[in-house]
Design a protein around this ligand. Sequence first.
Ligand SMILES: [Zn+2]
Length: 420
Amino acid sequence: MSSVKDHGKAGPSHALKDHRELNQNHFYYHLDESVGAGLPLWLPAGVVIREELEKLMKELEFLAGYQRVVSPHIAKEELYYQSGHLPYYEESMYPSMNLDNVRFRLRPMCCPHHHKIYASQLRSYRDMPLRLAEYGQVYRYEGSGALSGLMRVRGLCQNDAHIYCRRSQVKEEILKVLKMYQEAYRILGISKYHLRLSKWESGESDKSQKYVPFPEKWQWAENVLREVLIESNLPFVEAPGEAAFYGPKIDIQMESIHGKEESASTVQLDFISAERFDLSFINEAGEREHPLIIHRAPLGSHERMVALLIEAYQGALPLWLSPEQIRILPLADRHIEEAEKSRLLLHNSFMRVRVDDRVESLSRKIAEAWQAKVSYVVIIGDQEIAQGCVSVQERGQRKAEKMEASKLRDMLLEKIKRRS
Ligand SMILES: [Zn+2]
């Protein structure tokens, strides 16, 4: 299973729940027959997690020189003939829609849109590498038997980007991408995964029909990826017949709680799309040159990454990812006003906090807070009010600690900022 730092706390594997079971208590998403199989509706708790992940990646990508773009969920069918998704990827695509006698398709990938953004301006070698990023919604057909909660869906939002670069820049750019996903995984506490060099399959097999031809180019691209993996001392396995139709890739493989291997992240080297889209830049000699294209998604899709994370943490997410970070428990009615003041103090610093003011025993309220995987419980009674402080207990710790509410705020803000 996907392992995280404090995974040991979750107990023996037979007690572990998969994300669909965890969802029954924590309400991350909802699947509704009348919306459609594999098309999750994200509930507030799930949206907190995906937005925090998105914030993390936007920061890492900003620091790494990416520029953000936004593109629509559909395009004319002819765009996908140009890209090669038709026919190579057709079995994963939704059927066409007819609008004013023009045929459209829901997009299965963002790449063709991004290629058109690249082509919207004249590019120079000085613009290279050009890194265009988007958390992009895509739609893919999965057989109904394969659908599974958030892990396998028919509509997903990808941590997507395309890097347009020169041949001499390819290795360095792929290395940077590998470093970026390692950094993201470190922050997320994910340590158990392995890398797979996903190659094409040549010859007369059925699988070879899934790929664009040009054996020498496949060979070259696979060698580039292999060299990068060897140079970065990352152990990997090689898998024929697992490439994208436009080029080989490095996939980062994780396991679900049931031991099923899933691709969580990917880096792909595309040697064909620049020619298909006639993408170019002007080189030092004033000539037109095709760029190479790297497709990458360090956090894969929100759907699968959130499923893997909530399984790995069994719902007990770190503070910065936690849908409910703090629950305040007033001991009696007369403490509610003070509890509300503390709530506002934390809320106004953008923390996810609520007051449990039900008439219920303290021990029961605390037990329920831990079951809900809240990160911190704050207790306010006569003693705390007299001393001008609150009692704070962190999930997994035995003892509560007294401190001023403003000190608690500063301490939590610092932890959230460090994503620790
Ligand atoms: Zn792509």
